[in-house]
Design a protein around this ligand. Sequence first.
Ligand code: GLN
Length: 534
Amino acid sequence: MGETKYIFVTGGVASSLGKGIISSSIGKLLQARGYSVTIQKFDPYINIDPGTLNPYEHGECYVTVDGHEADLDLGHYERFLGIETTKANNITTGRIYKSVIDKERRGDYLGKTIQIIPHITDEIKRNVKLLGTKKKFDFVITEIGGTVGDIESLPYLESIRQLKWELGKSALCVHLTYVPYLKAAGELKTKPTQHSVKELQSVGIQPDILVLRAEHELSAGLRKKVALFCNVDENAVVQSIDAPTIYEVPLLMQAQGLDETILTKMGLPVGETPNLGPWKEFLERRELAESTEPIHIALVGKYDLQDAYKSIREALAHAGTYNDCKVQVDYVNSEKLTDENIAEALKGMSGVMIGPGFGQRGIEGKFVALKYARENDIPTFGICLGMQCMAIEFARDVLGYEDANSREMDEKTAHNVIDIMEEQKAITNMGGTMRLGSYECKLTDGSKVIEAYGTEHIQERHRHRYEFNNEYKDQYENAGMKCTGINPESGLVEIVEIPALKWFVGTQFHPEYSSTVLKPHPLFVSFIKAAINK
Ligand code: GLN
């Protein structure tokens, strides 16, 4: 296509309006027209990355193949577009400043006074263009975290202003706002949108397209009014109404010609509207699946927050659709589980999912759930800490090591079935000190996992400090818990399973990060299949 085009997605009025979904939907529509697209997220907080953040702050930490701990919106980008993102797709203010300060210390600025404009803004602009120039994408979509009017967002907005000026038609700004419905007045209100656009204009940015998030249908008259007050073309005001699934949003945007408007504004040929074949097939299949009697999966964990297990929930939903069955995820707080209440807590559950996590809180409840699931042969899937818990519970109850534990939970345990690797011990810096990103794993013949994957060699993403202790491997295998996935380079155990049970699998890696709409993850598909047949 020649020069890379840049689309900026900003948000106003309130947070959580779904900028990530709108960015992903735009990406999907452009991709369906044959363009290569990537999406990046700029987060205006000072942390270098979200790796050290509590999930209650910004939800789950997503991990890219190249081992970057990233914002969960990157998960949406990958699930929608089926692409792999990298470290360059998620930048924080912390990283921007760090890079500028490092350059300053190196003397790169030749004695100049370092200022937000131009040094910080230049660094932001460099990071926007990096994906376009290095990887030669046709479109780079840049989502700006936070809302317009935040102090933290200002340097990003100033960078967008400059880029729009420099790039002309090759840059475009999509602004997402909210149109509330006042029940007492029976009216939809556009004033917050007008204010939000004014806020953008006050920093020199005229949005090209407005996406209005609303719970009620917006009339043509209302859109016309918004267009007039905000200096935006009428056909460039689109609505984004609550949809039964986020995966319908690309179609809702296409129906309003959002992709055509973008292409026209950027001086590109419009051509025929692509039919999003496989995507639509997924949605149709999903709709049928959703009309079935749901199976219940217990998600046992300590984070009472939907976003904390975002990718797991999405992966389970994908797997449900591909098994033509609705999956209902029931959160079970592991802190409350005891031997006395576990039967009640897991009543009616077709499967048990033990999620990732850090630290001691809620860990004993996970053992309670695992023992019950193992003894009652309920299909069970443990991920990362969940897999480690599977190993610990098995060591306590089957191998007879009552004090078995992970070194993370008990420094002094005599039976450290999960332990820290020597090279990790010396590290005190909390950021980026884990085994992160994609590693190879070789699967054992005849195992459930090789059957699910249909291949012997896989690559999966990791994010953990502790590992299965190989000194105990033989004892586990002799007692019926097999190590069916091994890292061929290091010999580390990546998967454990109990072949005698219907489906009892734990993975040290995070398969949930790589489940996408058009390519559901084989382990999730296999797990849900087992849960249905329970
Ligand atoms: N806390 C465990 C570790 O560091 C597991 C991490 C996780 O579940 N992501 O090894």
